[in-house]
Every structure is written in structure tokens, then in C-alpha cells.
Write a protein of this length. Structure first.
Length: 260
């Protein structure tokens, strides 16, 4: 499997180290697209890949699947081109689907092109349970409380915790587009962004990004808490988010798939 990656940041570099240098799965990253010429050239030399600043050249390179590991803006700009080039896409910036119309358009396009858009589980769990519970409309309530440090939220440090948001996921995504991808993913798996409750709390004492998911339905009740270690070089990114991309790649080639 030949892999193309959009982005040259922390997740892209982790994937290069894990896949190309560490051999964590069958396949290799062969093409990298980004705007940072200095970083891209360094990664090209270090990992023996081809770095592109022209997207059309990148997408025309011999890759089987593309990983978006950049920003919402970059995902919006290039998602359609990836699908029309008959490449599957692993999407890191799930916040791109805060626009329901865009989500439906890309879902329809993927279907027409015979391609897949993979949404890694990222920093949370329990998605299979929510999908199962909602398969015949039996899911009644879903909520998530996200607790992060002021630093990881890009805010000035305070000595006491503060609830920054208490409402529905659709509005939370607008206010924290880089920090609540998990809320949108939960919404897609469950009841939708307009029916998924979200609380975002800044806590000076928290050491790990913490997500508590609660759900009620015909199946019963679920309560799940995940404490995520941040990426060593970027406290705003969950280590589990990077691992979930590797897991998605590995499962794609498996003959037996666990879960949905």
C-alpha cells in the first residue's frame, strides 16, 4: 500500500516515523504535500519520500490512499479532488463536516466515485456502541464533557477551572473548531450535531485531555471516560488521535474487521 499524506505537522511526522522508519504496518508513505518548503524538504531527505507543493502533482503520484493531517481549510480545499482521483481518504480534520450540506455532498461524491472517507475514532471510544444503539432509532441521549488544560486550549492560565461551553455540538464546533473534533465525530456516530450535548471545561489541574461520554437508549446506559496523553511535541493533539489513523490503515487491509 502506497500512502500519500497532506500536511507536514506533528501527526504527519509521527506517521512517517512509525510507518516508514518503524515499519508499524505493511505499506509506506511515498508522497507528502504541504506548504512548508523547509520542513517538507527535510522530511523528504530523512524518510526518502517525495515532497510536493503542487497538489495536482501530489494527487497524480502513485498512491493508493490519502491521509489528511492538516487543517479544516486544507481539507475543504482538497477533499473533492482526492475522491475524484479515485483515492480513499482518511480524514483527520473531522471538523470539516460541521457543515451538514458539505458532509452530504462529500458522502454522495464518495459513493458515486466508489471511494471511502474514513473517520478515525481519534481521541474517544464507544462509537460502535452508539452506532449499534442508533441502528433502529433506539438512541435517546448523547453527551460529552471535555476537560482540558488552559494550555491545550490556547488560553491564558487561570488558577481555577472554568466551563467555557455548555450547549449543543453544532455550536461548540463553531467556537472551538480545533479542539472539539471529538464532539462532531460523536454526533456523526449518534444523534447529530444539533442533538449532542457538549460541555468544554478548562482545568488548570488536569494533566491529560479527558473526555467523558454518556449515552442513554433502549440498550441501557453508557458512561465512558478517556484520559488521553498529548503528543509529546504538541499538547493540543491527542496521542490517541495519531494512533487511530494507524489503526484505520491497518484495519483497511484486514480480511476480518472488528466492529463497524
Amino acid at each position: 500500500m502506497k500512502i500519500g499524506v497532506i500536511g507536514t505537522g506533528n501527526i504527519a511526522q509521527y506517521l512517517l516515523e512509525s510507518i516508514n522508519a518503524g515499519g508499524k504496518l505493511e505499506g509506506e508513505i511515498t508522497s507528502l504535500f504541504g506548504r512548508n518548503q523547509e520542513v517538507g524538504s527535510r522530511l523528504e531527505t530523512k524518510y526518502g519520500i517525495k515532497f510536493y507543493t503542487d497538489f495536482q502533482e501530489f494527487i497524480n503520484s502513485p498512491v493508493d490512499i490519502v491521509i489528511e493531517a492538516a487543517t479544516i481549510e486544507v481539507a475543504i480545499q482538497h477533499m473533492e479532488d482526492v475522491l475524484r482521483s479515485n483515492k480513499d481518504l482518511i480524514l483527520s480534520s473531522i471538523g470539516v463536516f460541521k457543515d451538514v450540506k458539505f458532509f452530504r455532498e462529500m458522502s454522495d461524491l464518495a459513493r458515486v466515485c466508489g471511494q471511502h472517507i474514513y473517520l478515525p475514532s481519534g481521541a474517544i471510544g464507544g462509537l460502535d456502541l452508539l452506532q449499534s444503539a442508533n441502528s433502529i432509532g433506539g438512541l435517546k441521549e448523547v453527551g460529552i464533557t471535555t476537560r482540558k488544560s488552559y494550555e491545550s486550549l490556547g488560553l491564558e492560565l487561570k488558577n481555577e477551572e472554568e466551563c467555557l461551553f455548555d450547549g449543543m455540538a453544532l455550536n461548540a464546533i463553531e467556537k472551538f473548531p480545533k479542539n472539539v473534533n471529538v464532539a462532531l465525530l460523536l454526533s456523526i456516530a449518534g444523534l447529530g450535531a444539533d442533538q449532542t450535548k457538549v460541555r468544554v471545561i478548562a482545568d488548570p489541574l488536569v494533566k491529560r485531555n479527558t473526555h467523558t461520554i454518556e449515552a442513554i437508549g433502549d440498550f441501557g446506559k453508557m458512561s465512558l471516560t478517556i484520559e488521553n496523553e498529548p503528543m509529546p511535541n504538541n499538547p493540543k493533539t491527542s496521542y490517541l488521535a495519531a494512533l487511530s489513523i494507524l489503526s484505520t490503515l491497518r484495519n483497511k487491509g484486514n480480511s476480518v474487521i472488528v466492529g463497524s
